[in-house]
Design a protein around this ligand. Sequence first.
Ligand code: SAH
Length: 417
Amino acid sequence: MLQQARFERISPNLWNETQCTDRILEKTQKSKSTFSFLKMRFIREASSQSDSPETALGTNVTTNLLGYDRDALTGYFAELGEPSFRASQIMKWMHRRRETRFDEMTDLSKPLRRQLNETAEIRGLEAVSESISVDGTIKWLLRLDDGNCVETVFIPERTRGTLCVSSQVGCTLNCTFCATGRMGYNRNLTAAEIIAQVWHACSRLESTVSKRVVTNIVFMGMGEPFYNCDSMIPAIRLLLDDCSYGFGKRKVTVSTAGVIPGIKRLAEECKVSLAVSLHAPNDELRNELVPINRKYPIADLMKACRGYVASDRRSRVTFEYIMLKGINDSIWHARKLVRILQGVRAKVNLIPYNRVEGLSYERTAQDDIDIFRDILLNSRIMTITRKTRGHDVNAACGQLVGKFHDRTKRSARLAVQ
Ligand code: SAH
């Protein structure tokens, strides 16, 4: 039975002040350890996020293995003098069985288990709240070690279940219609924090009566994934690896506002499905709605998209297009969109605009969305209108805001505009 939306209060002690990364780094670098590889990785992970008392390396150095992909785990075990197949073993324990206790990993030797107990851990994220929409969509607010919170959304459909994950705490992009951007930006998520969202969703869903499963992953939550490639790519590798989640490449989609270097990097390192938040068919309007367009204009973006799908005749780039009444939804815009998509293997998702408090945009009327869609369809562009899901619990596209402190990292925002 579907539950009504509910939201729990967030306890005030979540809002700890951040601590100085440099001090922690200094301490760790001084400590002599045989596990240098593992520690350097952890230092990098820790320094890319704001530190909390819980993650302070100076006190109790343990490595969270949750975000380690096969290569990282192989390197980690090599440093312990262990064979590379340990990576497969531990991946299965962590991601398939969601076992967090090394002592339960019975195919690892006892001395290795002891060593892991001393130096490593497997730690997910704590759910602060779970909100369930009348349409079955579930939104989790997950707390990070530093007190920031991000949102993750599960969207059940008849034949599939899509999990929408966040890649950053907030967003630097400032798209004019999006709630996340209005909240500002705090930091990138680590690979462990990205994969922990999948981990949490899978284990929660498993424990429900309906036993829904996650069949698709979309990086369409908070943030711009291509500004966090260093964490997103290991997380994707874990999603694809048969010893962990085993998703097919087409079942994982990265959505970008159009960060061209990221598109190229994904093509080289880990080619999964690509979605581009287009929202306007000409630079003048797109510069206004999606300011990153000033850096990566439409012609260059289309070229990158053509390149992304060039080598695989079956793949297409998905273009997301929000329908904003009186702004980008006229017949002229539709025809212009047809023109810029010429030569790109594309499909278009028309997204009815979801209201964001404080913004005056309005959603295009359904009849006008249909007219727009038909112009694309008549030009043989595969087009669907996306159903709005989870609106009543603010889980729909563009409504994710999380909870975080220090939203003022404007230098990061300005650097990309
Ligand atoms: N930064 C990436 C990932 C975010 S995906 C990107 O831009 O693609 C979130 C999707 O929801 C994007 O397509 C975004 O443009 C869209 N979106 C943002 N605000 C929205 C709103 N108010 N209504 C509908 N869709 C929105």
